[in-house]
Design a protein around this ligand. Structure first.
Ligand code: CUA
Length: 317
């Protein structure tokens, strides 16, 4: 598991935030040190001594007063300009009329990603070409969520009915993790984000693969029974499998994650567990036991049905 600290930025959009934190931290440490030294000095130098009367009482010291007014003012001006600079660096101006490359929709409790040009739809694992800044339009399907991948830049609220724009960029290939950073209900803690940054050719390849419809329906065996069950249990009302089922939309967004290539994802249920056949089977058997409150109901499948559905979903590479 690699670090996901904002202090190890992996994007030119995140560096200004880390720099600002260091700069302001140094200023604050210097002030703390100065005050501590002065307090200690005064406490020792002017401590009460036996037989001594009150020390001389002074009123007014214009030079000192000017000094302790001007010095903090300079510090504030420095922090203010450094902050403005960091804001410019982390949030570059968006050219007028620029269309978003990617629409990300926060749901209770997962993330939907729609690529504007390619029409790829993904969930929770968001692929980006390394070194290229994508303009993201952030939306919410229900309540307020908050996008935060600390190494890649700023946080941004996903507000229902109010799309927000921000730049998303990873300097080099890698897997960057983040999480929803605004309390949004029971499973807020399991609303993780994975950003997969890859080389341009790898990204194109991924996009192409995502656009391919699901493989032919399995002809026989457990997978075929699972596919039949998928239809019979109306799973397709919430989950799209391209070429097989089209989920209903609420407004512009899906009810549940697109499953066309579910088997190729690293984790499921927004980072709740590793994507293995065992974990998938446990999930299908009782989603509410694994992610209480989530919108996937317990269908009371028999063990055999769970096995068949798992076999089918595992074919969706
Ligand atoms: Cu979504 Cu917290």
């Amino acid at each position: 598991m690699q670090s996901n600290s904002p202090l190890s930025p992996a994007s030119t959009l995140a560096q200004p935030i880390a720099h600002l934190m260091f700069e302001v931290g140094i200023v604050m440490m210097a002030i703390l040190l100065l005050v501590t030294v002065l307090v200690c000095y005064a406490a020792i130098r002017y401590r009460r001594r036996a037989g001594a009367g009150d020390p001389p009482q002074n009123f007014g010291a214009r030079k000192l007063e000017i000094a302790w007014t001007v010095a903090p003012l300079l510090v504030l001006i420095y922090i203010f300009t450094a902050t403005l600079q960091a804001m410019r660096g982390t949030d570059p101006a968006i050219p007028r009329g620029r269309q978003p490359d990617l629409v990300i929709v926060g749901h209770q409790w997962w993330w939907e990603a729609r690529y504007t040009d390619s029409h790829v739809v993904a969930a929770n694992e968001i692929h980006v070409p390394a070194g290229k800044a994508l303009l993201v339009q952030l939306e919410s399907a229900d309540v307020i969520h908050d996008w935060w991948v600390p190494q890649l830049g700023r946080k941004m609220d996903a507000i229902p009915g109010h799309p927000n724009l921000f730049w998303l960029k990873a300097d080099s290939p890698g897997f960057y993790t983040g999480t929803c950073a605004e309390y949004c209900g029971a499973e807020h803690a399991w609303m993780r984000i994975g950003v997969v940054a890859e080389s341009e050719p790898a990204f194109e390849q991924w996009s192409q693969h995502q656009l391919e419809a699901a493989a032919q329906l399995p002809a026989s065996g457990d997978a075929a029974k699972g596919a039949a069950l998928f239809r019979q249990m109306t799973c397709g009302n919430c989950h799209t499998i391209a070429g097989i089922s089209a989920a209903s939309l609420v407004g512009q967004s899906l009810v549940g994650p697109d499953l066309t290539h579910i088997a190729s994802r690293r984790t499921l249920a927004a980072g709740r567990f590793q994507n293995t056949p065992e974990n998938l089977a446990n999930w299908l058997a009782d989603p509410q036991a694994i992610k209480p409150g989530c919108h996937m109901p317990n269908f009371q499948f028999t063990d055999a049905q769970v096995h068949q559905l798992t076999a089918y979903l595992e074919t969706l590479q």
